[in-house]
Design a protein. Structure first.
Length: 411
């Protein structure tokens, strides 16, 4: 069952929410983060990427970055930009963009259930990012951003949320990227908490590092707390839970750079001899098994060979790409740690891939067909992991809308 908890949170108010909220910490570059905060002292980016307030030469994992984040959070509270709720609550959160709407429940979820595998992950985390977010949480004594969780939709939950969404929202605004964000407070959380008890499993859609870091932070705080009961706020992390049917997955594409002894003509010749090869391919593949590559100013394409096994993991395009191209051609064994691989979210489009190659920042770009949620569920249900950076969910949750502080009492 899924254990949901109403929680105390820090919220912006309706008058400053559009100015304060920002994209998640991990979808913007350092330069983009600085640009977002340049003329906006209220940007929540100052808390989740506090290096923006320090010299550009400052290493991103320097202790001073975390201390700056804590100081900024204190300032946001002191100035009234973030205000603590009076009682534990649940919320309904809707994102709307380009005719697509998804409506979820904002709640705290159990670190114990994550540890037990009832909150299923589908990919590994990168050690440096996990270390960073754990230090960030412990320094803030808070979970600053929610995790996006998916569940197989249930009619009784939808029927509970529908009337709430007809009420006056706490805030309703359009972000700079055109996504509309609407939040409603739930006055009676008990029926929703009870309905989620019938949900057997939750799935991490976006936020693997935040989940892993919440677990590591809990372990450290439990070690420090000799009176630990399991009911403390650090045992629960904030999440937005959406029915899977409403979620939209884009591809997570790749750039390959610093390839030793790179020869574009030899690479193309080998592709043509070992795969079904397509000249003038679409920048974004139209079907599963198709991969587009950009090099020498042109898009070409290959059709991946059939999988070597029938299990869900072997069926994935990224698994086949790793086995058939990345490892035999370039010796790339672990995409998580190999510096020759860079990841580009599908929202940036093939144009971002082309620019990187044309500028000489990469030697080739790899554009993929997005996996489905059914594929994600099938891999997760077997306790297996997809290749790193397999999914890009869009639209993204907005950061700064609900921050979950730790407390000595129950959340």
């Amino acid at each position: 069952m899924a254990q949901l908890r109403p929680f105390l949170t820090l919220l912006p108010n309706a008058s400053n929410v559009a100015r304060l909220s920002c994209p998640p910490y991990d979808v913007v570059s350092a330069a983009e983060a600085r640009a977002l905060t340049r003329d906006n002292p209220q940007s929540f980016m100052r808390i989740i990427r506090a290096e923006v307030d320090l010299p550009e030469t400052m290493p991103p994992y320097d202790e001073r970055v975390y201390e700056q984040a804590r100081a900024n959070l204190r300032q946001f509270e002191n100035d009234g930009w973030l205000q603590r709720t009076a009682r534990p609550q649940l919320f309904v959160y809707r994102l709307y963009a380009n005719g697509h709407a998804q409506t979820g429940v904002v709640a705290c979820c159990s670190v114990d259930e994550y540890e037990a595998g009832l909150i299923c992950k589908h990919e590994n985390t990168k050690p440096d990012k996990e270390n960073d977010r754990t230090r960030h949480m412990l320094t803030l004594a808070a979970h600053p951003e929610p995790v996006l969780l998916a569940y197989r939709g249930r009619r009784e939950i939808e029927e509970l949320l529908t009337p709430i969404c007809t009420q006056k929202p706490s805030f309703d605004f359009d972000a700079e990227d055109g996504v509309q964000h609407t939040l409603w407070q739930i006055t009676d959380a008990a029926p929703i908490v009870e309905a989620f008890r019938n949900v057997p499993q939750l799935y991490i859609a976006d936020g693997h590092h935040r989940c892993a870091s919440a677990w590591r932070a809990r372990e450290e705080l439990r070690r420090q707390n000799f009176a630990h009961t399991g009911d403390e706020a650090y045992n629960f992390f904030p999440a937005v839970l959406f029915p899977a049917e409403q979620l939209h997955i884009l591809a997570y594409n790749r750039l390959l750079r610093n390839l030793p002894e790179w020869n574009a003509k030899n690479f193309l010749h080998r592709l043509q001899s070992e795969f079904a090869f397509h000249t003038n391919a679409l920048p974004s593949p139209a079907s599963k098994g198709e991969v587009s590559l950009y090099l020498e100013g042109k898009w070409c394409g290959i059709t991946l060979h059939s999988p070597v096994a029938l299990d869900p993991l072997a069926q994935l395009d990224l698994t086949r790409l790793q086995q058939q191209l990345f490892e035999p051609y370039f010796g790339i064994v672990d995409q998580r740690t190999d510096p020759r691989v860079d990841f580009v979210g599908g929202i940036r489009g093939p144009e971002a891939l082309q620019r990187a190659v044309d500028r000489g920042e990469a030697q080739t770009a790899v554009s993929l067909f997005p996996p489905s949620l059914d594929e994600l569920f099938a891999v997760s249900d077997r306790g297996e992991l997809m290749p790193p950076k397999s999914t890009w969910f869009e639209p993204k949750l907005r950061s700064g809308l609900f921050l979950h502080p730790f407390a000595s009492s129950a959340c």
